[in-house]
Design a protein around this ligand. Structure first.
Ligand code: F0G
Length: 429
């Protein structure tokens, strides 16, 4: 089936499985990595190949994921489901950097992907794996972005998609996308963690292909954020990557990408990974700071609904990434998330609330002296500003008081009669 020298390996007990075996967990309950024999690859040759593909106009390798296909998935072209994802911009942080006290801060804007979030990178690989396994139906639990992405990739490749979302708890832009792309959308009474547990049972019982990031092929595609960012930096690693953490797939993928580049000799310096969680949904942060065993957070709560997750499936991989890179885990409050969002948006860049953990976390770590003011830092912006307009309007009209959030940097709309005089008064001229 998948012709490669790769295999699956449990991150907990190390047991290996054939790459063509359809499974998401080890017998011991641990989650699985895709492993490949990197000794067969030459780092210098790979870099040259990827440079040659940069800026391709058409074709599979014009995708910002499949450009790196040697480290993504060994699949024939006719099985690859792609929307030319990736190829997102890397912005200097501008005024948001000044606010954070960082002179060398950049943002990789993953909200510029085809469905408006970083999920498209993992999804192109996951959907292609689904094709390799001859899946007809795919499913996921989601706080919104995964479902939007999966519904789109299923639609372009003729698969049926089934989505499990926590009722009333996902941002409208994301629900709209899931419906629009034709996903069968099941709103369950319960939170994301309940939906995640249900979808695993459903996929097992009904023979549906699971496309959450517990699927190791999703993680493989997700690695391309790191590959592409480093290529944009001419393979000179920053000092830090700062990344929001929810289900913890994205930070897991970043760690795996860095490990592979390091093993291939493409990267000598290892950037530190800082995972940023919302204070109300912070199981990894608790483990990290209290040195306690993993324990799920019972009733996660945050305005950043994308990361309102108490029982993240990939915590082991994410923890491995943070430890290996010498990084850290930080938490940010609701107020810190929304103030950072106001600053990031006002800098002209803009992103959805969960993404703004990157800026809020970078500032907090800079304030604490953990990140030095002149260090080179890349924050990952995971979702588009338009995904969650309610949070934006609520903040700028200072209507989030019931959530304990003030509109500190609110830019209130001003109502005026349609006269020149009123405009003069409003503009103070
Ligand atoms: N930012 C955004 C915008 C997200 O949608 C997510 C996760 C994250 C950050 C966290 O990434 O889970 O890899 O740690 N959203 C998932 C979803 C859970 O269903 O769309 P993670």
């Amino acid at each position: 089936m998948i012709k490669t020298e790769s295999y699956l390996q449990c991150v907990r007990c190390g047991k290996t499985y054939d790459i063509g075996e359809l499974r998401y967990n080890c017998e011991c309950g641990g989650i699985l990595d895709v492993k490949r024999d990197l000794s067969k690859l030459d780092g210098g040759e790979l870099k040259a190949l990827w440079e040659k593909r940069w800026g391709m106009k058409r074709g599979i390798e014009s995708s910002g994921v499949w450009r790196y296909r040697e480290l993504i998935l060994d699949a024939p072209d006719d099985k690859i489901v792609t929307r030319q994802e990736g190829n997102t911009r890397l912005y200097p942080a501008g005024s948001a950097g000044k606010w954070a006290g960082l002179s060398n801060l950049y943002f990789k804007h993953e909200g510029e992907n085809p469905t408006g979030s970083f999920k498209d990178r993992g999804m192109t690989c996951g959907a292609s794996a689904a094709k390799l396994f001859n899946a007809k139906t795919v499913a996921c639990a989601s706080t919104g972005n995964t479902s939007a992405s999966m519904a789109s990739y299923a639609a372009v490749s003729g698969m049926k998609s089934v989505i499990f979302i926590p009722e009333g708890k996902i941002a409208y832009g994301k629900l709209a996308q899931a419906l629009a792309y034709g996903g069968i959308t099941l709103q369950i009474s319960g939170n994301f963690d309940d939906a995640m547990s249900l979808v695993q049972d459903v996929c097992r019982e009904l023979g549906i292909y699971l496309l959450n990031s517990i699927n190791p092929f999703r993680i493989e595609g997700q690695k391309a954020i790191t590959f592409e960012t480093l290529q944009q930096l001419d393979w000179e690693a920053p000092d830090w990557f700062v990344i929001p953490g929810g289900n913890l797939g994205n930070s897991s993928a970043m760690g795996k990408a860095l490990m592979e580049l390091h093993e291939l000799g493409i990267l000598s310096k290892i950037p530190k990974i800082a995972v940023i969680q919302a204070a109300g949904a912070n199981p990894l942060y608790r483990m990290w700071t209290q040195h306690t065993p993993y324990e799920a957070v019972k009733n996660p709560e945050t305005i950043a609904t994308a990361i309102k997750i108490g029982n993240p499936v990939s915590w082991e991989k994410s923890l491995r990434a943070v430890k290996w890179s010498g990084g850290t885990v930080e938490q940010v409050t609701e107020q810190e998330i929304m103030d950072a969002k106001a600053k990031l948006d006002a800098a002209g860049i803009g992103a959805e609330p969960a993404s703004c953990c990157s800026l809020a976390g970078a500032k907090k770590l800079a304030d604490a002296g953990i990140i030095r003011p002149d260090e080179k830092v890349v924050g990952i912006l995971t979702g588009n500003i338009l995904k969650d307009p309610d949070a934006v309007i609520g903040y700028h009209q200072d209507q989030l008081g019931k959530l304990g959030i003030r509109g500190t940097f609110a830019n209130r709309p001003v109502q005026i009669p349609p006269t020149l005089e009123a405009v003069r008064n409003a503009l103070g001229c």
